[in-house]
Write a protein that binds this ligand. Structure first.
Ligand SMILES: [Zn+2]
Ligand SMILES: [Zn+2]
Length: 141
């Protein structure tokens, strides 16, 4: 049985000139398995269950490659460790101030976000990022 993301992954990684190593594949699978925006250390602990020989340095290296290829995005929350997100759709993040959970928030239709910022014409948006903060449903009781 082939995994759903297999083709996209192999195509993207080979187009980007990176080699498809079993570790990269594994780290990517671990990242896709749970969409909870884990840090490199959390991914390392999960990856270790599948590949006991993997090192934290390898996980960092794999993540760097995945970000380079555009298969994962880095999410920075305050000064905490960088988290990783495999959701490549245009989206923002909701951060729960109580439990720290990071949830994907789909963005409104394209073109509207630029308008809402009253951006002067000379500026060109290449990348938009937004973060919402508050309480998640679990903490909002
Ligand atoms: Zn919460
Ligand atoms: Zn995300």
């Amino acid at each position: 049985m082939t995994k759903p993301a297999a083709n996209g992954y192999e195509e993207t990684i080979s187009h980007s000139g990176h080699r498809l190593t079993p570790q990269r594949r594994e780290v990517y699978d671990v990242l896709l398995a749970e969409r909870d925006h884990p840090t490199a250390t959390e991914l390392f602990i999960r990856a270790k269950k599948r590949m006991p020989a993997i090192s934290l340095a390898t996980v960092y290296n794999c993540l760097e490659t995945l970000v380079d290829c555009g298969l994962a995005k880095q999410v920075n929350v305050d000064r905490e460790a960088t988290r990783y997100c495999p959701n490549l759709e245009d989206h923002g993040h909701f951060i729960c101030e109580r439990c720290g959970k990071v949830t994907d928030v789909p963005t409104a239709k394209k073109g509207r976000s630029e308008k809402s910022w009253h951006l002067p014409e000379e500026f060109i948006v290449t990348h938009a990022e937004f973060t919402l903060r508050g309480l998640c449903p679990d903490c909002n009781t």
